[in-house]
Design a binder for this molecule. Structure first.
Ligand SMILES: [Zn+2]
Length: 435
């Protein structure tokens, strides 16, 4: 055998319960061989050995579950998850937003999320944070960045710094974002919570959306569109957007009406759907927590009731999409609204509530989310040649999704993440209201 190249470090990770993200349940292999940042072998622990002449560190997680690090396809690292609007958040100086983003990046990673796709930061805050992480000055998950979302004038998230009009400016903005190092293009195809926008109306015209997707695809960049109304979904699907975010079926008057034809078109075109259910549920949780120590108030009760009914409709609509065969992935939308980073598991839980099987729910936050954001060549599954982004859990998530909270260790690119005190995750987790 040829003499070993110097410098390689080997690790052997042992577990009697390895979930590779590909099979529907634990696989037969019980050992993973890692060389530096990569998985170089999977198999039986009697056979898995480093090359002759090399040592390997042994990590014995025999009694634990080992699975791919989670991939969260939708984050907002600038946010606090304390209920404040984006319009308020954006008033903070970039320096403060970068610091908060760095804190959020640690929270994601400590919770077992080893890859994120960022959906809406201000200016270059996340592009700069990623540089700092890649230099090794900060720790955080692997990041796929949009730079900034592209919006119309006054449109949703226009305050983040990229508003355009017409095809020429739309194309120019894609080129600008690509130049700055963006990995994909986020579009706000309808209004949203942004005060000057209307969530029930389309933002861009079809020709503008087409200009954005064509230009992005030319550079081999994926696209994703925020859509909180049916008209916005329709235009985005016609413009060949790769992922529909929120996917809310609402008429311009605010009425909920699921559109089977558009849903079928989404399925036929293979568009990914990022439902973001928990960001809505977390609003309900916040309302409930607010009501606990307050005297009963009719208005609060009515608002809560309305929000619960809305949530049920979102769940029903997603269930219909799942029945049609839609490709549904986990993207938490944290820290937006009341939903804080580090709590991705709650979105997985909501997708299961809407009808995904346990296996599909787990894949929605590993393999499928990795495919949907174009990083499946390196992450999302445990297989030879992949990056060693590995989550070690004290209990099996196939028994209960809640076991995704039982984090024992997180490996990022083959190295164990220093998560500080072991109770750090209990401080990150948002606890639901008791009633
Ligand atoms: Zn979002």
């Amino acid at each position: 055998m040829a003499k070993l190249e110097t410098g390689s470090k080997f690790k052997i990770i042992l577990s009697n319960n390895i979930i590779d993200g590909i099979s529907d349940g634990p696989i037969k292999s019980d050992a993973i061989l890692v060389e530096d940042s990569k998985i170089v072998g999977l198999g039986n622990r009697d056979e898995i050995k480093p090359p002759i002449g090399a040592d390997a560190e042994i990590y014995d997680f025999s009694d634990s579950t080992v699975m791919p690090g989670m991939v969260d396809a939708h984050t907002h690292h600038n946010g606090f998850g304390d209920g404040r609007l984006g319009d308020e958040l954006v008033k903070l100086p970039d320096e403060m937003l970068v610091l908060n983003s760095a804190r959020n990046a640690r929270k994601s990673l400590f919770s077992g999320v080893t890859t994120i796709r960022e959906n809406g930061p201000k200016n270059k805050t996340m592009l700069e944070l990623r540089k700092s992480i890649l230099r090794g000055d900060q720790i955080g998950p692997r990041m796929m960045l949009c730079g900034r979302p592209i919006s119309i004038i006054g449109g949703h998230m226009s305050y983040f710094g990229s508003q355009v009009t017409g095809e020429v400016q739309s194309r120019a903005m894609v080129r600008q974002l690509v130049k700055e190092g963006s990995d994909y293009i986020k579009i706000t195809a309808t209004g949203g919570s942004t005060i000057t926008s209307d969530p029930l109306r389309p933002a861009f015209n079809l020709n503008e959306l087409k200009a954005i997707t064509e230009e992005a695809h030319k550079f081999n960049k994926l696209t994703a569109a925020h859509c909180t109304s049916t008209a916005g979904i329709k235009l985005s699907v016609e413009a060949n957007v790769d992922m529909i975010i929120h996917s809310v079926f609402k008429d311009p008057n605010g009425e909920n009406r699921f559109d089977n034809k558009i849903a079928e078109l989404m399925v036929d075109k293979g568009v990914y759907i990022n439902p973001t259910l928990h960001v809505f549920r977390s609003q309900i949780w916040a309302m409930q927590k607010n009501m606990i120590d307050k005297p009963e108030n009719k208005q609060d009760i009515l608002a809560l009731d309305k929000a619960k009914k809305e949530f049920d409709i979102r769940v029903e609509d997603l269930n219909k999409l799942i029945d049609l065969g839609a490709k549904v992935i986990t993207g938490s939308d944290s820290s937006w609204g009341d939903y804080q980073l580090g709590n991705t598991v709650y979105e997985v839980e909501c997708l299961e509530l809407a009808g995904l099987s346990r296996s599909k729910s787990l894949k929605s936050v590993t393999k499928e989310s990795a495919v949907s954001i174009g990083v499946d060549e390196s992450v999302g599954t445990l297989a030879k040649g992949k990056d060693a982004d590995i989550l070690v859990l004290g209990k099996n998530p196939y028994d209960h999704l809640d076991n995704l909270w039982k984090v024992r260790d997180v490996f990022l690119r083959g190295s164990i993440v220093d998560r500080g005190s072991t109770d750090s995750l209990s401080r990150i987790r948002q606890i639901p209201p008791r009633n």
